[in-house]
Design a protein around this ligand. Structure first.
Ligand SMILES: *[C@@H]1O[C@H](CO)[C@@H](O)[C@H](O)[C@H]1NC(C)=O
Ligand SMILES: *[C@@H]1O[C@H](CO)[C@@H](O)[C@H](O)[C@H]1NC(C)=O
Ligand SMILES: *[C@@H]1O[C@H](CO)[C@@H](O)[C@H](O)[C@H]1NC(C)=O
Ligand SMILES: *[C@@H]1O[C@H](CO)[C@@H](O)[C@H](O)[C@H]1NC(C)=O
Ligand SMILES: *[C@@H]1O[C@H](CO)[C@@H](O)[C@H](O)[C@H]1NC(C)=O
Length: 672
């Protein structure tokens, strides 16, 4: 078996892409041919239509309680533009474009707008980047992976002396997830076999005359599980592996705008999109907790105590269920300070998964040179920070590919603070996907490529499309062929759900479904935080509303909004009362005493939500020019908003201005 370079994706960014045009043309031609054949095959196969927006054949014996035919009748009445032919009698149930307006979801209960990601006001603030090479110097070390026995060797590419420091998890009690330590530097000879206890290292190489370090680098190593080496799970009783591959803060719209190659790749392969995927809470924590535990935010905090030592360790994360079924697990996330389980939290006392990326991330952030881009720690040493995470993902899946695994790989450092930056990772992301494919990972892995929410602050959020931008992350699901063939009905459901309302709770239910694909749907467990949510392999009721999907009113994109004058006395009352609510809320929290009292400065807009008595208000306050958006309910007779604090978005960045509060929940309202 040939050696495979650990350097997993070709470094084509370092050379002009015109160098090998013929090679590319041949590849593209070949690919097109394959795709064409596939398309013909698919179109001719009646039970697996791949056309986007195609609804299921409703003639199956196993009808769901929601009669598709009945739905269709209702829909056909409201549908304006769709031709209904014999073959396409169950074609998209309702028009996704009507009166010149486009929708992701369009039902009487949910009109979810689909703003143009290429609108001129967006183009105006968008700055396209190409791949950023963190270090142009040649690699002094290449890691060579032997696929036969899953071992690694450190190959020196030139005459040099090199040593490595092993990275270990360190820290105890409150610091358990926040510290690392380095072992003394061990000098090594050419092609050193990496010991299996070493999972991450920093290397130091010197060129003659060997007086100073010429190149530092960092590597991670995933070794086979000791109990698996001579006992791989046999193929026929294998369960599908699961890979969650996520990017923080990218909306559906921004994916299309900034990652066109990835977008094209996803749409040309066996990826199923959920265009009506609406976030259920404000930021990363609630949305990822809904996926990983099925809990709402209040319950996640109460049950999992992220602020307490060992709190999160006792939390029933879904990866534990996979682990119980014999899966090997992994979790890794970049940008240690803002990591989902560590931002103002204690993180994990013990590693939560078999493979855990955090010690590596802590070490490379501290030991290697960091270069900022878009106010993010973009480059760490010789690579983008995000690539340590994805490289680990590739390594983890490769080593475990003959058994079942559950891996989650999440990045923040090329998307969180600047909506344009994902463009720098566009081509690279396609390469990662191709690498997974080439490594055979896609043959047995359900891959979920997704984000948690869109841009929550910054110039993009301030545009008209900002309402949708913030609330609609992207999500695509890839299903291996054997599952597509064995469970055609589940796949048809997934296709139908493309333009239905979905939420992170549904993804939780889907993961539970993957654990038991043969269980009938009414026997499948429902998420604790949303008992009406279910697997996306089951058809989502076309008339679903946000409360049925576990999405709180404020974050729901289903309502049409109608302007109310901001000078209206009602608008004024609502706004002052809202600011008062914020002040009261902050004042009630111990540890937030140093936050200043806020005063209404300007009302930007007031919009009525659908036909309800709820209003979406955008306003700014002083001091600090903080910008808020909230949904408030207006009691017309009492001329009051409810006493309890409504859900609120903070539309400008607050990190750095709210440090005087020790209460995480108050930070977005706190001006020091
Ligand atoms: C890879 O490992 C196998 C098994 O240990 C060994 O026989 C083979 O020579 C190795 N390949 C290389 C290129 O080192
Ligand atoms: C490496 O460099 C040293 C110092 O310049 C020299 O003595 C040695 O012969 C070189 N080794 C090789 C293999 O080129
Ligand atoms: C997985 O199985 C294939 C086929 O049996 C084998 O060639 C390959 O080396 C195995 N890979 C690993 C990482 O065990
Ligand atoms: C959150 O979930 C818990 C437990 O399922 C439930 O009791 C509570 O009412 C929910 N809270 C909200 C705000 O939905
Ligand atoms: C959502 O739909 C359910 C079932 O039809 C209904 O009871 C509920 O009132 C609806 N919620 C909203 C906010 O419209």
């Amino acid at each position: 078996m040939a050696n495979i370079k650990y350097e997993l994706v070709p470094n084509e960014e370092r050379e002009p892409s015109e160098t090998k045009p013929s090679n590319w043309i041949v590849k593209i031609f070949f690919l097109s041919l394959v795709l064409l054949t596939l398309a013909i095959y698919t179109l001719s196969s009646a039970d697996n239509p791949l056309k986007s927006g195609v609804a299921p054949d409703s003639s199956t014996e196993d009808q769901t309680e929601i009669s598709t035919t009945a739905n269709m009748d209702r829909v056909l009445k409201s549908s304006t533009s769709l031709p209904v032919t014999a073959e396409s009698r169950t074609e998209t149930l309702y028009a996704l474009e009507s009166n010149g307006k486009k929708y992701f979801v369009n039902s009487p209960q949910c009109q979810m707008g689909h703003p143009n990601p290429f609108a001129s006001n967006i183009q105006h603030i968008y700055k396209k980047h190409s791949y950023i090479v963190c270090d142009k110097s040649p690699d002094m070390i290449t890691v060579i992976f032997n696929q036969t026995d899953s071992t690694y060797r450190l190959h020196k590419n030139e005459n040099s002396t090199c040593c490595f420091k092993q990275i270990l998890r360190a820290g105890s009690s409150t610091n358990a997830d926040h510290q690392y330590k380095l072992r003394p530097c061990v000098e090594f000879q050419q092609d050193l076999l990496v010991p299996t206890e070493v999972t991450a290292m920093i290397t130091y190489c010197r060129r003659p005359p060997f007086d100073k370090v010429s190149q530092k680098d960092a590597f991670s190593f995933v070794h086979p599980r000791k109990d698996r080496i001579n006992n791989p799970t046999s193929l026929h009783k294998r369960r599908p592996s699961v890979l969650l591959w996520g990017i923080d803060s990218i909306s559906r719209m921004t994916l299309e705008l900034t990652m066109p190659r990835m977008f094209e790749y996803l749409n040309s392969q066996h990826w199923f999109e959920l265009q009506g995927y609406n976030k259920m809470g404000d930021n990363t924590f609630p949305n990822l907790m809904a996926i990983l535990t099925g809990f709402n935010k209040t319950y996640a905090n109460a049950r999992c105590h992220p602020d307490k030592v060992r709190g999160l360790d006792a939390c029933p994360f879904i990866w534990k269920d996979f682990k119980d079924k014999g899966y090997t697990t992994a979790f890794a996330e970049d940008w240690s300070k803002f990591s989902t389980f560590d931002y103002s939290s204690r993180g994990f006392f013990n590693p939560p998964t078999d493979v855990y990326g955090r010690p590596l991330v802590l070490a490379v952030e501290k030991e290697l040179r960091m270069t900022q881009q878009g106010q993010m720690p973009y480059c760490l040493g010789r690579r983008p920070a995000s690539e340590y995470i994805y490289d680990l993902g590739v390594q983890f899946t490769k080593v475990n590919r003959n058994s079942s695994f559950f891996g989650m790989f999440w990045t923040n450092t090329f998307s969180h603070n600047d909506f344009s930056m994902p463009s720098a990772m566009d081509e690279r992301m396609v390469k990662y996907m191709r690498t997974l494919d080439k490594n055979g990972i896609m043959d047995n892995t359900i891959i979920i490529f997704f984000s948690d929410h869109g841009a929550r602050f910054g110039p993009l959020r301030k545009l008209d499309s900002g309402f949708v931008e913030e609330r609609l992350p992207f999500i695509y699901i890839r299903v291996p062929r054997w599952i597509r063939e064995k469970y055609p009905k589940l796949l048809r459901n997934l296709q139908v759900n493309r333009n239905r309302l979905a939420s992170p709770y549904d993804i939780h239910a889907t993961l539970r479904h993957i654990l038991e694909l043969d269980t009938p749907k009414d026997k499948l467990p429902r998420p604790e935080g949303c008992s009406t949510c279910h697997s996306v392999f089951e058809e989502v009721d076309w008339s679903r509303n946000c409360s049925q999907a576990g999405i709180e009113e404020h974050w729901c994109t289903c309502d049409s909004l109608s302007e109310v004058s901001t000078t209206d006395s009602r608008a004024r009352s609502m706004s002052t009362q809202l600011v008062e609510s914020i002040n009261k809320y902050v004042a009630s929290k111990k540890g937030a005493e140093r936050c200043r009292r806020l005063k209404l400065s300007r009302i930007f807009s007031v919009q009525k939500r659908g036909n309800s008595n709820r209003y979406l208000i955008q306003l700014s306050v002083q001091p600090g020019d903080a910008l808020f958006e909230a949904t408030v309910e207006w009691d017309t007779s009492a001329r009051r908003i409810p006493v309890q604090m409504p859900s609120i978005s903070r539309l400008n960045i607050y990190a750095g201005k709210s440090g005087c509060s020790s209460v995480k929940e108050t930070r977005k309202y706190c001006i020091c």
